[in-house]
Design a protein around this ligand. Structure first.
Ligand SMILES: NC(=O)c1ccc[n+]([C@@H]2O[C@H](COP(=O)([O-])OP(=O)(O)OC[C@H]3O[C@@H](n4cnc5c(N)ncnc54)[C@H](OP(=O)(O)O)[C@@H]3O)[C@@H](O)[C@H]2O)c1
Length: 339
């Protein structure tokens, strides 16, 4: 079987995880990653055996730092079938034009707008919409979290409206420039962009969102209130969640009372980088009263979008038509159990 050649542009929080995940797939070949600065992350890329590409003109700085470079970013793009772009938000247009000119497919991340690609991706909600597409966008960590739980509930019990509050981590754990962090900061631009982002994939969903930045780096937590057309019981909803891909039911009665214990669980599961790819829903925090559903979920911002990037490659490169099969294959490679 010929493997699809995948390049990862941007080797930061998301890029290094996507690169590791691609390197685990038997139907993909990681042909390179990029860095603009010759720091420890560039050394790690070389240590892992990932060919490292840098911007034209930066090569000497890397060589002076003793870091072996395989070529410039344009060289890497020209060798790829698809680029997973994990550069910080706002470089999108610049790189989209480069990928187009090179005739290479590209996936962008949630820091870019839906309008950049015209199609957005989530494995649970719309795998097939990126089938063969030249460009797509894996939505943000929070949007991915909402789609993973709302889409299966909406399929069975149609959601009339949903109100979500997102308690956001203020910075990623490895990001010391934003700290020390102390205080709670509400997003005063309302409603927040998360609702419209969910609608880029479920345009019919009546969803309103608010957000507060909190003094934590571990995970985000969502509170969800939804009115349903159907009349499920609490157990019916738990049953749906227990069967939904990449949703993990956790229980405060088993000692998982906070995001701290979820991160401990990810370490205990010996996950790569202690990542928790699944959206964690507190089983004992799910409740239906009349037509109103309440639940809490936690999102590991650094990793929940990683399996979606792998599935998105398979959809765009027409490698697997059945979403379920792609999800299972990706899950098996990352140690995620299938529900
Ligand atoms: N972090 C999260 O929680 C999270 C979750 C979901 C989605 N996202 C989205 O994922 C994307 C990447 O975010 P991130 O958190 O991974 O960012 P990050 O940690 O800051 O990493 C960005 C990477 O891009 C590289 N880079 C910077 N300028 C570049 C350029 N002009 N050309 C090529 N590479 C360049 C940086 O390399 P140098 O260090 O060498 O400059 C760095 O390796 C964003 O769209 C973000 O919104 C982030």
């Amino acid at each position: 079987m010929e493997r699809i050649k995948v390049a990862v542009n941007g080797f930061g929080t998301i890029g290094k995880r996507v690169a590791s995940a691609v390197s685990l797939q038997d139907d993909m070949e990681l042909i390179g990653v990029t860095k603009t600065r010759p720091n420890y992350e560039a050394q790690v890329a070389v240590l892992k055996g990932f060919p490292l590409y840098v911007p034209e003109g930066n090569q000497k700085a890397f060589e002076d730092a003793g870091i072996k470079v395989a070529g410039n970013i344009d060289d890497m793009i020209s060798k790829a079938d698809i680029v997973v772009d994990c550069t910080p938000g706002d470089f999108g247009e610049f790189y989209r034009d480069k990928y187009r000119a090179a005739g290479v497919k590209a996936i962008f991340q949630g820091g870019e707008d839906h309008s950049l690609t015209g199609v957005s991706f989530n494995s649970t909600a719309n795998y097939s919409e990126s089938w063969g597409a030249p460009l797509s966008r894996v939505v943000s960590c929070n949007t991915t979290g909402l789609l993973r739980t709302l889409a299966p509930i909406d399929r069975k019990y149609r959601i009339k409206d949903a109100y979500v509050t997102i308690v956001r981590r203020a910075a990623d754990p490895g990001d010391s420039k934003a700290g020390p962090i102390n205080g709670l900061e509400p997003s005063v631009k309302l409603p927040t962009h998360h609702g419209p982002d969910v609608q880029s994939i479920m345009p019919w969903l009546n969803i309103s969102t608010m957000a507060i930045k909190a003094s934590t780096t571990l995970m985000h937590v969502h509170t969800v209130v939804a009115h349903l057309e159907g009349q499920p019981t609490t157990e019916d909803i738990i049953d749906i969640m227990s069967k939904s891909p990449r949703v993990r039911l956790i229980d405060s009665r088993e000692g998982i009372k906070s995001t701290a214990q979820i991160m401990e669980l990810a370490k205990d599961l010996s996950r790569d980088r202690a990542d928790m790819y699944e959206i964690c829903v507190w089983r004992d925090g799910v409740k239906v009263v009349g037509d109103t559903l309440y639940y809490y979920q936690a999102v590991h911002q650094e990793s929940d979008v990683i399996p979606e990037n792998i599935d998105c490659i398979r959809s765009m490169c027409k490698m697997e038509q059945d979403p379920e099969k792609s999800v299972r294959k990706t899950n098996a490679s990352l140690g995620i159990s299938n529900n």
